[in-house]
Design a protein around this ligand. Structure first.
Ligand SMILES: [Zn+2]
Length: 184
């Protein structure tokens, strides 16, 4: 079948005048011809939208019968495959966590100071540490605790895991760039 013939059959399909024999022929051509398959998918999408807009009732079973014939068509490739979605998710989450971590480490003193001195959080802290009465001393205490914890993390990172973390970040960024480029 020529592409022009396939085009005619597609028009017949849209008008609802295609026979199942013709649908079979069209199906055969669509399986072999990428260009016509793409046109068909566009037509099919337009047909669905038109039906939705006009609320046109197609004859009972008509579309199912035709679509059953055309089911042999390979499915339209999703824009993002599941694997790519997972990769994007991992890279995105990692980037967000890393940013938050960087911000927290850079501004830890300012953040902890403002938190401990703010009315609500300050009261909350007081309840957490009933032994420390003075707010100043309490603030100092909290900062020391945080600093010790962050200091340990920093030590560990700079000692050995720093290389690994940097490697993972670079991998994530490269991965993300590859995924973005492939799906453009
Ligand atoms: Zn064709």
């Amino acid at each position: 079948m020529k592409c022009e013939d396939a085009d005619l059959l597609m028009m017949k399909y849209i008008d609802g005048e295609i026979t199942s024999q013709e649908a079979e022929k069209l199906n055969q051509h669509l399986l072999a011809c990428k260009k016509c398959k793409e046109s068909f998918l566009v037509y099919e999408g337009m047909l669905c939208e038109m039906n939705d807009m006009l609320q046109v009732e197609t004859p009972e079973g008509f579309e199912c019968a035709i679509m059953a014939k055309i089911q042999a068509l390979p499915q339209v490739k999703a824009i993002y495959s599941t694997r790519d979605k997972v990769k994007l998710w991992v890279a995105g989450t990692f980037a967000i966590l890393l940013s938050i971590g960087a911000i927290l480490i850079s501004y830890r003193d300012a953040i902890i100071f403002s938190l401990a001195k703010s009315q609500h959080f300050g009261v909350y802290m007081q309840n957490l540490l009933p032994l420390v009465v003075r707010v100043e001393a309490q603030t100092e205490n909290v900062i020391n605790t945080f600093n010790t914890a962050i200091g340990r993390v920093e030590q560990t990172l700079s000692a050995s895991a720093g290389f690994i973390v940097t490697g993972i970040v670079v991998l994530c960024v490269v991965q993300l760039a590859l995924v973005m480029r492939r799906n453009r």
